[in-house]
Design a protein around this ligand. Structure first.
Ligand code: HEM
Length: 348
């Protein structure tokens, strides 16, 4: 078993680490996987911009492929950004709004649970939007660009390519106070996770498939340090963590006084490849967050973990279906409820 390496969020360390893995991995399939579970959405479609901005996918694609080369952490950062956007008030790019100086209420992005969203995700959408505005001004929503960019990064990291529906408008509301109860926590129970996902129209199968996004990316020590030293308030580590992983994580994440910038990879075996290793890791007690590991323990989710651990193509299909559903959560349409922002960080 290869033990995980760690990086501080210092870009140089993360990058060195990332590039080594890119050289070792870097496979991506050209096959397009189609979502097969969603009911047809009334107004969104794959060809939504066929007339108004036919080159939309290429424009966004040129930015994502460039960013991915320069800064591969942009991938997980953008995928997580989409998740946090969609779970709070729907996929309406409300996560991109900057708080107004002097305003009483902060915007979503400044909520405590969003503080760790990496700047690379925001930068990707900003850059793509700027490019799109030069070719198709005032036509494409920031919400659609975020969905396209997240898809691109899944593929660039070796995951499936799938077509995305477009036609979202951007939301007019972004409030920090709506974030906490809509975003799952590292110590959420499976019960809480299932309920939260169900409240967004997502099934238990979708929960397990989407959690597979943790096949790439990193988490800060504070999200799992209790598992290392004082699980459930006892002076014991979590018995559901592999002893070698525990040992490695303890070296980087001390119980007290550690560097709060240190991060560990979610997938200790192939941290930069979008594959199904996440599920095999869970079966081997190598989940990073308690909420990840819990999926392999609960009788409602364990059979799904087993299923997806066995077959990468099955994971890809389940992930594509679930991403399709995630990116349709509470979509905004039309001028009454929506806007098409020129600058994604500012309401019109
Ligand atoms: C099921 C419940 C989930 C919980 C409890 C959870 C929790 C977390 C936490 C605590 C982090 C670490 C943040 C940090 O320390 O910077 C994280 C990172 C991440 N999450 Fe989740 N997450 C969940 C589901 C999802 C879903 C559904 C997706 C996407 C479809 C997702 C994508 C990601 C990605 C890609 C990262 C890595 C971000 C980066 O490296 O920049 N997560 N998540």
């Amino acid at each position: 078993m290869s033990l995980p390496s760690f990086a501080s969020t210092s870009p140089s360390l993360v990058l060195t680490f990332l590039f080594v893995f890119f050289i070792l991995s870097g496979t991506s399939s050209c096959l397009v996987i189609h979502a097969n579970t969603t009911r047809p959405h009334r107004q969104l479609s794959v060809n939504y911009y066929a007339k108004s901005c036919p080159q939309i996918e290429q424009l966004v694609g040129s930015v994502t492929s460039q960013k991915f080369k320069e800064s591969p952490v942009s991938g997980p950062a953008t995928i997580r950004l989409l998740f946090h956007d969609c779970f709070v008030g729907g996929c309406d790019a409300s996560i991109l709004i900057a708080s107004k100086p002097g305003s009483k209420e902060l915007a979503e992005k400044d909520a405590e649970d969003n503080r760790e969203l990496k700047v690379e995700g925001f930068e990707t959408v900003k850059k793509a939007k700027e490019l799109v505005e030069t070719k198709c001004p005032g036509v494409v929503s920031c919400a659609d660009i975020l969905v396209i960019a997240a898809r691109d990064y899944v593929h660039l990291a070796g995951g499936p390519y799938y077509q995305v529906k477009k036609g979202r408008w951007d939301g007019k509301i972004s409030t920090a106070s709506s974030v906490a109860f809509n975003i799952p926590r590292a110590n959420s129970t499976v019960d809480q996770l299932i309920k939260l996902f169900n409240s967004k129209g997502l099934t238990t199968q979708d929960l397990v498939a989407l959690s597979g996004a943790h096949t790439i990316g990193f988490a800060h020590c504070k999200h799992f340090v209790a598992r290392l030293y004082s699980y459930r308030g006892m002076a014991q580590p979590d018995p559901e963590m592999d002893p070698k992983l525990l040992h490695a994580l303890r070296m980087y994440c001390p119980n007290f006084g550690g560097n709060s910038d240190i991060v560990a990879p979610f997938d200790a075996t192939t941290p930069f490849v979008f594959d199904h290793a996440y599920y095999g890791n869970l079966q081997n007690k190598m989940g990073l967050l308690a909420s990840d590991q819990a999926l392999a323990l609960d009788p409602r989710t364990r059979p799904i973990v087993q299923d997806l651990a066995k077959d990468k193509q099955k994971f890809f299909q389940a992930f594509v279906n679930a991403m399709d559903k995630l990116s349709l959560v509470k979509v905004v349409r039309g001028k009454r409820h929506g806007e098409k922002r020129r600058d994604c960080s500012m309401h019109m």
